[in-house]
Design a protein around this ligand. Sequence first.
Ligand SMILES: [Zn+2]
Length: 198
Amino acid sequence: MSSEWRRLTAPEFLDPRVFNALRHGDKHESIAEDAKTVILQGVRFTVPSPIFVPGEIVYVRLRRFFEFMRKEDWDCAEALRAKEAADRAIREKAEYERRREENRKFNLSFGFPARFTIGQKSVRSGLLENSWGDGRNKRSVYHVVLEETISIGKLYRKSGDFLCTRDPGWLKHVDRLEDGRVNCKACLQILNRYGSKR
Ligand SMILES: [Zn+2]
């Protein structure tokens, strides 16, 4: 089997209409007449040594040269590509699940006494672009978003607030993330300070 396109020899005189037809489209079906010849639109194309099974379908395309690939080889290569893509998708999903679980464990490892998720400032809050003022890209900062109102000592936050900030007015522009890992320094400090396990 060869999943390479290989050179095919066109007849010395080739009807320009056939040439034009072949220029369009990715590949065209021809039929092998014998081991060294395929026929496409009544035109015979050849290879120097026997390759084809008479009657089989052979794809022909025109790039810099006329090239061919047996349909059987094309189908094999396609099946292989599809299998590789499916395997990759399975690996990526497993990797995503692993990372999500790892992040979840990390987020909970502080023993913080309230329910929360992870959130980022939304890109939709265009007005607030670069509003952190310290040069951080806000899309790379993952905050704790409280899912319940809390009052622990001096710490008071409403449900929906970031742990590091009392509602500054833009919290409707928060993207909740299932798979995030908190990395906002201010949020981490508070988690450490008020958590039971650190
Ligand atoms: Zn924060």
